[in-house]
Design a protein around this ligand. Structure first.
Ligand SMILES: [Fe+2]
Length: 368
């Protein structure tokens, strides 16, 4: 047996986490806060962060305008604002998009001449500014990963970067920030967290350490599935944030695999929320996993107390592939999926045709 595990994030979890951890945002003297147009305020996280920063006499500037699927060029512009302000650390508040944007702003702040190509090859010379991450959804796990997923129009899809330098220094997780999220957002983000645990468990890079994390997270998630379906969310908010955290810790080591590589195209071309896109791919992913990693699939399902059919029906009931795609898209998307780094984490060798055939299986009569 041989493996390594290196996740350097200081993790604090619990309701009132900022109040209970005074000084936790003291990563410098001037903070540039990156958040969504409403997520920071609606969740209460931004107000809590401002109280904490004022108590520590830390100056700050706020940018409230990160949209879903952040664009790499917008982050480059924001880094100029952060530098003009003199920021010496970045705070990301929000769902995956603001947290991922915070990482890009942190990198561009110290590497202003970095090209997009070099960013996505992780070729930056100077370490980014320190990052504090405060999630307001339970899905991305970005607060404990080095990964940042950006929309890159020249690439015609989404693309990720990340290395040991882009981990947040601290992650502050307060489930109360998710209390007011609507049912669909809660479901989609939960399915993202779930897909992280599942893919990580089946990843070529999985280790006994990540297996332990993922099996526990999968068992916790399975207890949330009925309440998620019924929309009875109050009592599962803490569990969902825990699953999101554990999934993030796991993919920080193993990366994601096929659902993400294929799902990005559904988001880029049809605006599907990230977690929903993954879930649309999942039934076919389960069929494939049954062929190439049957023992691990059985272990994952047994941790959840479900059969493959039960899980697939849950997904198809709640997340139907309810839109049409064009006849040329499976082949085009197959090529794009193959360019995703996460494909390397699959325990089988695949090619563009493999993904094309899977897209055709997913959409069947919906290809027009
Ligand atoms: Fe994801």
């Amino acid at each position: 047996m041989k493996f390594s595990f290196n996740n350097p994030v200081d993790i604090r979890f619990g309701r009132n986490v900022l109040k209970n951890n005074p000084g936790s945002l003291s990563l410098g003297k001037k903070a540039f806060i990156v958040t969504g147009s409403s997520s920071g305020r609606k969740s209460g996280a931004l107000a809590d962060a401002e109280v904490e920063l004022r108590a520590c006499d830390i100056q700050y500037q706020i940018f409230e305008g990160i949209k879903n699927n952040p664009n790499v060029d917008q982050c480059r512009e924001l880094a100029i604002s952060a530098s003009e302000f003199g920021a010496d650390f970045i705070i990301g508040i929000g769902g995956g998009s603001p947290l991922d944007a915070a990482k890009a702003v942190a990198v561009f702040s110290t590497n202003p001449c970095l090209t997009n190509e070099k960013l996505f090859m992780n070729e930056f010379d100077t370490p980014p500014l320190p990052i504090a991450a405060i999630p307001t959804t339970s899905g991305t796990g970005s607060e404990v990963t080095p990964w940042s997923i950006m929309t890159w129009d020249e690439f015609n899809s989404k693309k990720s970067f990340g290395n040991l330098y882009t981990y947040p220094k601290i992650a502050l997780l307060d489930p109360s920030y998710t209390d007011s999220l609507p049912k669909d957002v809660t479901l989609f983000t939960a399915l993202d967290a779930f897909s992280h645990c599942f893919e990580s468990f089946l990843s070529l890079k999985a280790s006994p350490y990540t297996d332990a994390v993922n099996l526990y997270a999968l068992s916790r998630f399975s207890k949330c599935m009925d309440p998620l379906e019924r929309g009875e969310l109050k009592d599962i908010r803490d569990d969902l944030m825990l699953v999101s955290l554990l999934g993030g810790v796991a993919i920080s080591q193993t990366g994601t695999t096929m659902m993400h590589a294929m799902g990005y195209q559904l988001t880029y071309y049809y605006g599907q929320p990230h977690g929903k896109a993954n879930a649309i791919v999942m039934p076919v992913y389960l069929e494939e996993a049954a062929k190439y990693v049957p023992d691990k699939l059985t272990a994952a399902l047994s941790a959840m107390g479900l059969s493959r059919n039960q899980l697939s029906s849950f997904l198809e009931r709640n997340i139907p592939a309810d839109f049409n795609i064009k006849s040329n898209e499976p082949a085009f998307w197959g090529k794009l999926a193959m360019k995703q780094g996460s494909v390397k984490n699959l325990p089988i060798l695949v090619d563009c045709d493999y993904f094309t055939a899977l897209y055709e299986r997913i959409f069947k009569s919906r290809i027009v």
